[in-house]
Design a protein around this ligand. Sequence first.
Ligand code: ATP
Ligand code: MG
Length: 457
Amino acid sequence: MIDLLTTHEKLRILIGAFERHGKQLYIVGGSVRDVLLRREHIDIDLATDARPELVKALVAEVQPEAIYTVGERFGTIGAIVDGYVLEITTFRSERYKPYSRKPTVTFGTSLEGDLSRRDFTINAIAQNPITGELFDPFDGLGDITARVIRAVGMPDERFGEDPLRMLRAIRFASQLGFDIEAETAKAIGRNHRKLRLVSQERITDEVNKILASPSPGRGIRLLCDLKLMEFIIPEFLELRGTQSDEYHHKDVFEHTLIVLDRVPADLRLRWAALLHDIAKPATKVIADGEVHFYGHDVVGAEMARVILMRMRLPRETTDIVRKLVSMHQRVNLYESSWTDGAVRRLLRDADDEIGLLLSLSRADITSRRPRKVEYALSQLLELEDRIKSLVEQEEVKAIKSPLDGNDLMAIFHRPPGPWIRDVKDLLLSKVLDGELAPDDKETAQRFAQEFLNRARL
Ligand code: ATP
Ligand code: MG
């Protein structure tokens, strides 16, 4: 980060301009933390004692590619300089409550004061961009080495000021694979109810970051252990202690976290993994000494829809997750005895989501009892092979009924109505099963006639 600041012409001039005006300028926050962790960090966060008007003027002098002033009221000027996204924020002194109706920002003059109002020690390290010297009054470096998230100052106070920090702690724990320091964790457990003060949008944003992180299972476990989940997805808490069927040797909660960690880091898949068994507690029945979860996929799909609407996820994501939850059992239950028609039906129903569905199933079945995994995996590979060869042979998605609605109305002299759909479904089904050629209108008409007679439609 330092190197790039001094090797890029405009950045170098900008840093020099602050110096000339007798202003302090430090790299802070995530930029310093991520460089110390050898993680990529694209933005450069900077802090200064210069007021926003001066920052704006100094930035404008180097003719940046862009300048953003939306955050000016809160002391932040954004800019793109030499292709880098800079956020330069004026030191703050007083602590403020971002969720209160009138957040008041008081600008400060000291770096230490600014660092003391940051959330966690690992985020409260500053670095001089010219000398590389670190300012680390809260031993953030020690906590980076020990891999812990620790609140700056008194944790209860800090979470009281801004309850979003409780979620941020867990988000950093799953992004970085760190533990939350014991006192900080206890304070989250004590203050969890304050999460109600945080907007749904910001909660969802953090939960998405947890799910997209390298260790989503760690984050979800922490959300439950530290009770924040009560205000996010209370339904999820029911999975704890729900003993699963004979396939799963752990409870549904533990199984879900393993599946979650095993699916690729695609947000749709992560949400589907999180919610795939959400209806197991609600559908559990014991019959003849065996546990069953009849219809947990269908009920689960509806629960997933309700949960994701509440989370205000985009409609498209919600639809895909709902579909993956509703179809996950179908892939899991694949048997070699399936006809090509059955495989084609699965393909058509899954449509563009077939790849995601197979990924989800792979993670799901490999989380079973070890001795069952080998068989389940070989079945999945077989299904994948059959799908591949079917797709190569034919354009399964393009298969249609040989007769469309207009043909049917003309042939049978009937008005439009639900009968058309029934007949088309029947014909499509015959084509998928290979009993009817897609262009054989004559046989199609015969099948349709028989069906209408039989159904007395
Ligand atoms: P990333 O951008 O990778 O999510 P970050 O640490 O840069 O991580 P930002 O949200 O960009 O996080 O915030 C930049 C810095 O501002 C943080 O490192 C932290 O020092 C401070 N900060 C952000 N949000 C808060 C908050 N709610 N309370 C206190 N300090 C905060
Ligand atoms: Mg950042």
